[in-house]
Design a protein around this ligand. Structure first.
Ligand SMILES: C[S@@+](CC[C@H](N)C(=O)[O-])C[C@H]1O[C@@H](n2cnc3c(N)ncnc32)[C@H](O)[C@@H]1O
Length: 312
């Protein structure tokens, strides 16, 4: 974990109070905190930093809801999805480059919620002073941290059945790993001070959390009150296996979130009534990008992810 990340941190267990964390005895290597504990002086919670990754998930908070994101198979799938263009795979999609192109240069820090294995965070490092990627999956965040440290990775992708092949990639020279950090955290109880980020991003997360409204609230809280960008993209594959329909932000015929998810989120953040503590956003571009996930060499998921960009 980078020292400058410390400045942004608060205890997620004390939210909505914002209480600082104190770094206890720690081991530093190459200027980064490798091992140690972050302690809340108020509630007494202790958050470990292990192998350079801080785990800032509150004990009572959301536990990793989908163990699927912790499995080696899904890790490999996401590594392909994020980095296949870097090893010249002709089937790769350009989704992350397209999404990154939607963001104007940012003075200050960017937050990438649900960062998985880190591609969008690395993209953002070319446009800002600091990027913090957060995800609930320890497997994803630890792998993103390894890519950050080593600037490269070799991993196995599934070809067919039990057969796989090795792929290797290196981070693009235009990205700046010195500006990137990854922490394990819950996108519905973010361990960051209000108003910390010049840009907050949520890529394909809103339909994967059991608490989508809290996720939007937390994005709005973590962003600066002014001179801030918000970027949200999602296929809106609402599923009862993840979240009860009463909590969906779209995809239902009745209730306050009747209709399409993207319309409802645009209304939610631009009207501000549902998010009383947050200044409202001005909605900018809306659109869609084709995003591709590869399960094995003959099996891909082609997903239309709808985005909106907003500023305040
Ligand atoms: C469909 S994947 C999208 C990953 C990445 N943003 C992308 O577009 O490639 C959803 C991600 O959200 C993460 N996630 C789900 N619920 C979360 C939560 N409450 N807090 C943080 N991450 C979460 C998962 O671990 C997973 O990495």
């Amino acid at each position: 974990m980078k020292h400058k990340t410390l400045e942004y941190l608060i205890c997620p267990g004390c939210l909505p109070e914002e209480n600082s964390l104190r770094l206890g005895d720690c081991r530093i290597a190459d200027g980064e905190i490798v091992e140690g504990n972050l302690e809340c002086g108020c509630c007494g919670s202790v958050y470990p930093v292990r192998e350079g990754i801080a785990c800032l998930v509150a004990k009572e908070g959301e536990k990793a809801p989908f163990s699927v994101y912790e499995t080696p198979e899904v890790l490999s799938t996401y590594l392909w999805t994020h980095y296949a263009d870097l090893f010249g795979d002709p089937d790769a999609s350009g989704a992350y480059t397209e999404w990154a192109a939607q963001i104007e240069p940012v003075s200050g820090a960017v937050l990438d919620t649900g960062c998985a294995v880190g591609r969008f965070s690395f993209e953002m490092s070319a446009k800002c002073d600091l990027v913090i990627g957060v995800d609930l999956s320890m497997s994803f965040v630890a792998t993103a941290g390894r890519i950050l440290r080593e600037r490269q990775l070799t991993f196995s992708v599934k070809e067919e059945g039990m057969m796989g092949s090795e792929k290797s990639f290196r981070l693009r020279p235009k990205w700046n790993p010195q500006k990137v950090d990854f922490v394990a955290a819950d996108a519905t109880a973010l361990p960051f001070r209000s108003g910390s980020f010049g840009c907050v991003a949520s890529l394909n997360v809103i339909d994967k959390t059991p608490r989508p409204l809290e996720h939007v609230r937390e994005l709005c809280r973590a962003a600066r009150a002014e001179d801030a960008q918000l970027f949200l993209t999602d296929p809106f594959s609402w599923s009862e296996a993840i979240c009860a329909p009463e909590k969906w932000l779209g995809g239902v015929r009745e209730g306050r979130f009747a209709g399409a998810g993207l319309d409802n989120i645009a209304r939610l953040i631009s009207e501000g009534g549902e998010l009383p503590a947050c200044p409202s956003w001005k909605i900018g571009r809306r659109g869609a990008v084709w995003w591709k996930i590869r399960n094995h060499r003959n099996h891909f998921e082609l997903i239309r992810s709808q985005f909106l960009k907003a500023q305040r």
